[in-house]
Design a protein around this ligand. Structure first.
Ligand SMILES: C[C@@](CO)(OP(=O)(O)O)[C@H](O)COP(=O)(O)OP(=O)(O)OC[C@H]1O[C@@H](n2ccc(N)nc2=O)[C@H](O)[C@@H]1O
Ligand SMILES: Nc1ncnc2c1ncn2[C@@H]1O[C@H](COP(=O)(O)OP(=O)(O)O)[C@@H](O)[C@H]1O
Length: 287
């Protein structure tokens, strides 16, 4: 009998703040970041099938997919080698700074653990996630997190108030490695204060959050894709409380005054000819 699929949503993230504190021996950068899950999501499905591991994800199908890597690491950990099918429906734009690949990998790990009867505990899953990529650990549980180290050391922050967001992405994406490389050449390091973020999030006032929005990668990614700053300016001119590039870009998010305002901002951007526009909102912990 054909096995049925297990299915889950894989939520994207934004970085409400990101500061870089230098380069490590392994080439990665020491970070401080406030990471936040958002409602925009891919759909991931897994089932036992055939003799090989197959990953279907449109143009991103095959062993190059980070979900395939996550699957192989999971099977290796269990000491089992058998056929699995992974299907991913992509809605999250690629090279956008929204952790699209990382969240697919995290969702795959969650689903595989479910499929095999939860053989791995939280710590073991986190260890596998960290091997897949810096942001995969966050995507396992999501929510509102203070991230340090490579971005994989996580501490819970007060849950963010519901923020209505407009996302917009230039035609070009940004390669994350290239953004960090440019940062090493010309970037300026900032510093985040965790207690400021704890206070702003606990008070649940949007203005306090807006005042703390920060991203060290925004200037260097904008050198590669100048449209980033153009879109940011449009979001501010359309009366978003604040706007910022997410992660390494190239997506920019605007914090709207409410859901109706977000819909209106998105419509105005589309009217100006910008095609990649999404209305979304923050979501709580998922894992
Ligand atoms: C910039 C951020 C902010 O959340 O997000 P995205 O823009 O990718 O969404 C992350 O730091 C991206 O994390 P992630 O995309 O998981 O990184 P990885 O796949 O592990 O690494 C991709 C490349 O980014 C660089 N990298 C990543 C993380 C880090 N702390 N220092 C780095 O220097 C390395 O050059 C690495 O080769
Ligand atoms: N499941 C996946 N979804 C998106 N990109 C993937 C996936 N698997 C591998 N990739 C590769 O990872 C690169 C960066 O992916 P993405 O997660 O979109 O970046 P970012 O986190 O910067 O938004 C893509 O260019 C793509 O080649």
């Amino acid at each position: 009998m054909e096995q049925s699929f297990l299915t889950t949503f894989a939520y994207a993230k934004i970085n409400l703040a990101l500061a870089i504190h230098g380069i490590r021996e392994d080439g990665y950068h020491e970070l401080q970041s406030v990471m936040q899950s958002i409602a925009l999501h891919d759909i991931v499905r897994v089932r036992r099938h055939g003799e090989k591991v197959v990953c279907r994800c449109g143009a991103l199908s095959g062993p190059g997919n980070i979900a395939y890597k996550a699957t192989m690491l999971f099977l290796e950990q269990l000491g089992r080698f058998e056929g699995l099918e992974i299907e991913i429906v992509k809605n999250i734009p690629v090279q956008a700074g929204l952790a699209g690949g990382s969240t697919d990998a995290a969702a795959t790990l969650r689903l595989l653990n479910q499929l095999y009867g939860e053989p791995l505990g939280r710590e073991a899953l986190l260890t596998l996630a960290r091997k897949c990529g810096a942001d995969v650990a966050f995507c396992l549980n999501g929510g509102t997190m203070w991230a340090t180290g490579r971005g994989e050391r996580l501490e819970a922050l007060p849950t963010a108030p519901e923020l209505d967001l407009v996302l917009t992405k230039p035609f070009s994406g940004v390669n994350t490695r290239e953004a960090y490389r440019r940062f090493d050449l010309v970037g300026q390091s900032g510093y985040l204060t965790k207690t400021d973020w704890e206070k702003a999030l606990a008070q649940k006032t949007k203005q306090q959050i807006v005042d703390l929005l920060y991203n060290d990668l925004e200037p260097v990614s904008a050198q590669m894709v100048p449209e980033i700053l153009v879109l940011k300016q449009h979001l501010l001119e359309l009366d978003c409380y604040g706007a910022l590039m997410s992660g390494s870009g190239s997506c920019v998010f605007g914090i709207a005054q409410g859901k109706q305002h977000a819909i209106e901002v998105a419509a105005r951007l589309r009217k100006k000819g910008f095609k990649n526009v999404w209305v979304t909102r923050t979501v709580d912990e998922i894992g």
